[in-house]
Design a protein around this ligand. Structure first.
Ligand SMILES: Cc1cc2nc3c(=O)[nH]c(=O)nc-3n(C[C@H](O)[C@H](O)[C@H](O)COP(=O)(O)OP(=O)(O)OC[C@H]3O[C@@H](n4cnc5c(N)ncnc54)[C@H](O)[C@@H]3O)c2cc1C
Length: 373
């Protein structure tokens, strides 16, 4: 088959890898360079953790994704997964339940008490924390390195082409045709559209209307020299247990310490620039002053805003059928990087006419939303 993949982020690139591994001809087309610095996937790091409290299927799916990332490191002969673990701060009973859930799903984790947290992580003020789950099969994916590794691998595959700086302006699922802004038409037997937060501009109006756009601010920080060793042994912290939903990614493999919180994620009308307005920088700086001893503006090296789309009805991801064998990953729901290998496999299955691999993730296993004209 000839498959056209529109987009050059993690979902599109891994879908292209899946199709190429199955021996198909693939053309990947992006509006910018591949990878593109404005893509949501393009960042120093992303967290991968398995624990989804109260959701055993998603927890099992995340453990499968963890194993698939390790296989991909082998395939691409590149290291991009820093297995520093993940720490989720929770009330004691919930932490115990989380540890049991992970063990039942085949993962490795332990509960830490408030005392153990204070001993292990004196550079984090987890004063209000009563307990936490520390999981081992988790950590930090070096996102930019993942994208470069995909591109490096794809470039060497026979039958794979990468078209850069070529925005797609129309997709006809029934005929498998993708029209580019310069008028070129790409004919294929199947199409996958994974254009991240730009999806509302390319997908049919009624799909676009069902998607909500979010913008989130991030601080990139240095850590004091004296605390470098402690930070090097710090896991990713997807939940610091605060009311505002603070989280952080430690400075692994030469990256910065990254700080953000759910409180600085807001719904917006349009995808515009990636600069962080002063107000949101100040909110984050004030928030982390209470969480990291000694933290202040002097730690901040840079800032960035990133966008993602969610299905407005569910708040999660959305797969749509565009007719024929064309499918779109219309919304990522804000946490698709870690699941990208499973998402890519499912999208490849659908476009290649195979029975889709069941992932355990409801949004992926459900029938795609029918968006045929
Ligand atoms: C602040 C923040 C933190 C996050 N943290 C995590 C995390 O810790 N763990 C996790 O698992 N997930 C996380 N996510 C989510 C994750 O980053 C995204 O789900 C994922 O990167 C989305 O990838 P994508 O390939 O769908 O989109 P993108 O990476 O945005 O790629 C889309 C690509 O499509 C291209 N494109 C757009 N329009 C066109 C067009 N018309 N023609 C051709 N090409 C086009 C773009 O140029 C771009 O390269 C986070 C998201 C945000 C915003």
């Amino acid at each position: 088959m000839r498959v056209t993949v529109v987009g050059g982020g993690v979902i599109a690139l891994l879908t292209a890898v899946e199709c190429a591994l199955d021996g198909h001809r693939v053309t990947v087309v992006d509006q910018g360079p591949i990878p593109y610095s404005r893509a949501t996937s393009f960042d120093q790091h992303r967290i991968i953790r398995a624990l989804h409290p109260d959701d055993p299927p998603a927890t099992r799916a995340a453990l499968r994704a963890h194993r698939r990332w390790l296989e991909l490191e082998e395939l691409f002969a590149t290291r991009f997964y820093e297995r520093v673990g993940a720490l989720t701060v929770l009330p004691p009973a919930a932490a115990d339940a989380g540890t049991v859930l992970l063990a039942d799903a085949g993962g490795r984790a332990r509960t830490l008490t408030a005392g153990a947290l204070a001993d292990r992580y004196p550079h984090l003020s987890l004063g209000g924390a009563a307990g936490a789950v520390l999981e081992d099969d988790a950590g930090v994916l070096l996102a930019e390195r993942v994208l470069s590794a995909c591109v490096g691998w794809l470039k060497w595959q026979p039958g794979v082409g990468l078209l850069e700086h070529r925005p797609a302006v129309a997709v006809d699922g029934e005929s498998g045709r993708v029209t580019l802004a310069d008028g070129q038409v790409l004919d294929g037997d199947g199409v996958v559209v994974a254009v991240g937060p730009w999806a509302r501009r390319l997908l049919p109006e009624r799909v676009a209307k069902s998607l909500a756009l979010y913008r989130q601010s991030l601080l990139y920080c240095r850590v004091p020299r004296g605390a470098a060793e402690a930070w090097a042994a710090t896991p990713a912290v997807p939940a610091l247990g605060t009311r505002r939903g603070a989280w952080l990614i430690p400075p692994v493999a030469g990256t910065a310490l990254k700080l953000s919180s759910a409180a600085v994620c807001r719904q917006v009308d349009d995808l515009t620039d990636n600069a962080t307005p002063e107000r949101w920088q100040q909110e984050l700086t004030a928030e982390f002053a209470d969480l990291l001893p000694g933290f202040g503006p002097a730690w901040v090296l840079g800032t960035k805003d990133c966008y993602y789309l969610s299905h407005a009805e569910t708040g999660g991801p959305l797969v749509v059928s565009l007719g024929g064998s064309a499918h779109a990953y219309a919304a990522c729901g804000g946490s698709s990087f870690k699941f990208a290998p499973l998402i890519a496999r499912t999208l490849a299955d659908r476009v290649l006419g195979r029975v889709p691999d069941r992932t355990g993730l409801a949004a992926l296993d459900a029938d795609p939303l029918d968006a045929r004209p």
